[in-house]
Design a protein around this ligand. Sequence first.
Ligand code: FES
Ligand code: FES
Length: 206
Amino acid sequence: MADFRILEDTPKSVSRRRFIQGVIAGGAAVSSANYLFRAATLPAVGERLITLNVNGRQRRVDVPKQETLAWTLRYKLGLTGTKLGCDRAECGACTVLIDDVPHYSCSALTHTVRGRRVVTIEGLASPDGTLHPVQQGIIEEQGFQCAFCMSGFIMATVGFLKTNPSPTRSELAHGISGNLCRCQDYDKILTAMMRGAEIMRGLTHA
Ligand code: FES
Ligand code: FES
């Protein structure tokens, strides 16, 4: 406070108002310089075009190096079933399968999944509309409240069941513990997922 008074009381010094204006203008200049520098170093659009295998289809898409898979899926390919919750590898809402293994798509750079198989919630049902057994289990058990977390839980469960098709309840709970539910509907979610596993085993053994 004393410093400000000195500045304001001394006509030949820079006033507080001018000082702040200078800081803001300087910051803007630095920001502009950063932006221009980035723009100059980013590859041209043609160089960023890549092909992704998503839900069994080859998708051509323009992707900057720093873009996450969740962003590409949702905002470039229109696959909004993949949700963005925390956007920092904590909640699991963005879970997709990459080569059959569940991954947080908010924390995977799109360029790193070139040549790999990405499956999102939109790619689970059969072409004739038949739901995946895990989806069917949810229909039967009504496992979710708001369902924001649902697609992430489904993808995590589908991935887990590929490695352990007959889990106990606690094994499955552990297997999908990387997914969080804000409604805290865990017990019902687990029941639904266990039902999905049961349906899947029935289909496998039919
Ligand atoms: S949005 Fe990816 S883990 Fe939460
Ligand atoms: S059911 Fe609402 S966040 Fe999980």
